[in-house]
Design a protein around this ligand. Structure first.
Ligand code: COA
Length: 366
């Protein structure tokens, strides 16, 4: 399998900082000096929130739908249950709930937003973007709003885009959402994929800050388009618009080469963490909590092993929600924050991989 030893990662590093200035980190000065280019602003996450549909689909439920077992799913993936949106709920409905929670958490009104970014591959429709629908539902000003398509890395791509807008002064307050209704593109007759996926949404408010020693201190983004067919949905776009044939061939469902993805996932996420550490001049032991994409517990454990991390410094909630694609990292970040796993001065990293293939990560000092 052609996995690159050195994945070609494009990257940007920027500064950042924060809402919590009471306990500057021991690395604060070093980070401030080396990672906040003069004239650029810091981007700080001031609020987070997530929303899960109420309906729980357990492994036992799936046993009645396809030839699988609770034991196989837990052993091979770590997943116990996932959430499924109500029939009338689309991506913008889930996004709205998460966005409201993040705005409340950040004590920010929709009127303060000056950019809205939504990471999704399951938007309400091909266009208009789900970000535009969300802008309207929130009653936000008529500022820029766009969707970001980077598969499960989508939230990180969007968050890094928010950071760049804030760094240059193009925006002061950005809403970043990761949302998926994967149940709508899941082939419920394919046991190789349907056991892995779930619905959900998460959101973050990112603000410009004067303080240079906290915030999103670095980002790394990468992609390898030659591997696109390892994880894709062939039907419904301009290549294969919907016809009776595309329906018959089940082309409007997610297709995946699970084994090939597994290996790229481990390598790209481990490499992204190493690159982020290099960028900020930190060591693995400086990371308080690693928050990886939740696709498979075995992938997460393999990444931890490659990095020589003990699992108590790696956040896992896949057992409850399965893989919600671009929503996983922000949902995990919100849970980690709200359960007190992240405190002032802590260094955390979000890291993900997904369709594209894409990968990426951000380092955040709190
Ligand atoms: N229940 C029971 N058996 C299943 C099954 C299921 N849901 N899915 C697959 N199997 C079977 C296979 O048919 C195969 O049977 P065989 O040996 O008789 O051929 C066997 O289990 C092993 O299949 P394999 O594909 O080798 O399993 P795996 O351990 O690699 O796990 C994945 C499969 C999909 C869970 C794993 O490859 C994975 O998680 N890949 C990454 C997927 C991912 O991250 N996707 C999202 C990217 S953002």
């Amino acid at each position: 399998m052609p996995v690159h030893d050195e994945l070609p990662l494009t990257e940007q590093s920027t500064p950042t900082d924060a809402q919590t200035l009471l306990h500057p980190s021991p690395h604060a000065d070093r980070l401030a000096e080396s990672h906040v280019p003069k004239g650029l602003n810091s981007a700080v996450i001031t609020g987070t929130g997530f929303y899960m549909p109420e309906k729980v689909l357990t492994n036992a439920d799936l046993e009645k739908m396809v030839d699988t077992s609770d034991e196989w799913i837990i052993e091979r993936t770590g997943i116990k249950e996932r959430r499924i949106a109500r029939p009338e709920q689309a991506a913008s409905d889930l996004a709205l709930e998460a966005a409201r929670r993040a705005l409340n958490d950040a004590h920010t009104r929709p009127s303060e937003l000056d950019l809205i970014l939504v990471a999704t591959v399951t938007g309400d429709m091909l266009f208009p973007s789900t970000a535009c629908l969300l802008q309207d539902r929130l009653g936000a000003p008529k500022v820029g709003a766009m969707d970001v398509s980077a598969g499960c890395t989508g939230f990180i791509y969007a968050l890094d885009t928010a950071r760049q807008h804030i760094a240059t002064g193009a925006a002061r307050t950005v809403l970043v959402v990761g949302v998926e209704v994967l149940s709508r593109i899941t082939d419920w007759t394919d046991r190789g994929t349907c056991v892995l996926l779930g619905d959900g949404s998460g959101a973050a408010v990112v603000k410009q800050s004067e303080h240079k020693h906290v915030g999103i201190v670095a980002g790394v983004l990468g992609a390898d388009g030659s591997r696109g067919v390892d994880l894709y949905m062939p039907g419904g776009g301009s290549r294969h618009p919907a016809t009776e044939e595309t329906l018959r061939k089940r082309m409007h469902y997610l297709k995946m080469n699970g084994n090939a993805i597994f290996k790229v996932a481990v390598r790209s996420m481990a490499q992204t963490v190493t690159q982020l550490l290099d960028k900020i001049g930190a060591k693995p032991e400086d990371i308080k909590l690693l928050i990886p994409h939740q696709a498979n517990l075995r992938i997460i454990e393999a990444v931890a092993k490659q990095l020589h991390f003990s699992m108590d410094r790696v956040f896992v909630n896949i057992q409850k929600y399965a893989n919600t694609s671009s929503a996983t990292t922000i949902i995990a970040l919100d849970e980690a924050r709200k359960t007190g796993l992240i405190g002032p001065g802590d260094l955390t990293m979000l890291v993900a991989f997904g369709a594209g293939l894409t990968w990426g990560g951000v380092a955040i000092r709190w």
